[in-house]
Write a protein that binds this ligand. Structure first.
Ligand code: UDP
Ligand code: MG
Length: 314
């Protein structure tokens, strides 16, 4: 029987505090598995010692590979690049801070062997994350479920093995601002889940400030829902109807001072108008990014891939 190769893709952004432990843990994990493994670290423009640490380990282990971005392009694009370089029969995406525990992978791989092409990890509990993060994530997934054109499973991240056929389909989607977990749902295939307990970060701080969380949420919504645009149409009813009422009110009692009512309506309408333009702007920005047609990311260097070509996967 030909040995299966499993790729683990890990996006890395300034993870010097914990990356060594992550690598050691994964190497130890791999040793106990039947399948062959490759670890693909995608450095998303780290400015700390993450890259030298990975490089040192890469020199000693032929199954470690490194893809370096020329700058920070973001977590989702780092995943996309990792999928591009992965050669495995299955590809597992996981965070580099061990929040996604490797012990869960065998359970997932078992389901993959049973014929599921995508086995997403469902977070039943999340440790070490702020109330704000958990609350906003929960709200996002529930809102997304209501408005999106895809039925994305609730409370899943990017931690999941995907079969080669699914990965090949994902690679055909050339979105500039990808929302990978949405794309994975969109491509379909036989999908199932494995529950897991999301751990606390082993070291360092989150690399997802509020601004990046908002970008991720907006990318998710603008790529998989047209509902906000339809809401803009509904907004126009408000000033129209209030205008008619205001007119009626004026005619009925012309002796009153209407300034206050008028200003209220005006401000309200102005607010809706600006919100509408903002919503349209979000979509337009996405279109512009796609039309500009720049590469989604730039790889400045790759290391460790030559070994693979000389080895069993030539
Ligand atoms: N990450 C990345 N680019 C970024 C931000 C984060 O590659 O711009 C990586 C990060 O190193 C980690 C994963 O994406 O491996 C998830 O990020 P993080 O753990 O900070 O997010 P959280 O778990 O707090 O949501
Ligand atoms: Mg994390």
């Amino acid at each position: 029987m030909v040995m299966k190769l499993i790729s683990i893709v890990l996006p890395v952004f300034n993870e010097e505090a914990g990356i060594q432990v992550t690598i050691d843990t994964l190497l130890n994990y791999i040793e106990q598995q039947e399948e062959d493994y490759e670890l693909i670290f995608v450095d998303d423009g780290s400015s700390d010692k993450s890259v030298p640490i990975i490089r040192r380990m890469l020199a000693q282990h032929s199954n470690i590979k490194l893809v370096e971005f020329s700058r920070n392009f973001g977590h989702q694009l780092a995943i996309t690049a990792g999928l591009h370089y992965a050669k495995g029969d299955a590809v597992v995406v996981m965070d580099a801070d061990l929040q996604d525990p490797p012990e869960v992978i065998p359970q997932m791989i078992k389901k993959w062997h049973q014929g599921y092409q995508i086995v997403y990890g469902k977070r039943k509990q999340r440790d070490g994350e702020t109330f704000f993060k958990k609350f906003t994530a929960k709200m996002f997934y529930r809102t997304f479920e209501k408005i999106a054109t895809i039925k994305m499973p609730l409370d899943t991240g990017d931690f999941r093995p995907m079969d080669r056929v699914a990965v090949n389909q994902l690679l055909k989607l050339h979105e500039k601002d990808p929302f990978v977990r949405g794309q994975v749902t969109w491509i379909g295939f036989k999908q199932t889940s494995v529950m897991y307990h999301r751990q606390e970060r082993i070291a360092g701080e989150t690399k997802y400030p509020l601004s990046k969380m908002i970008k991720l949420a907006l990318d998710g919504i603008t790529s998989f829902s047209m509902k906000p645009l339809q809401v803009v149409n509904i907004f126009s009813v408000v000033p129209l109807v209030s205008g008619v009422f205001y007119l009626g009110y004026m005619i009925a009692s012309s002796s009153f001072n209407f300034a206050a009512v008028g200003i209220t309506i005006l401000l309200f309408t102005l607010g809706l108008l600006m919100l509408s333009i903002g919503i349209m702007g979000s979509y337009l920005g996405r279109v512009l990014d796609q039309v500009n047609d720049r590469p989604s990311y730039i790889v400045s260097k790759t290391e460790g891939f030559e070994e693979r070509n000389k080895g069993i996967h030539s």
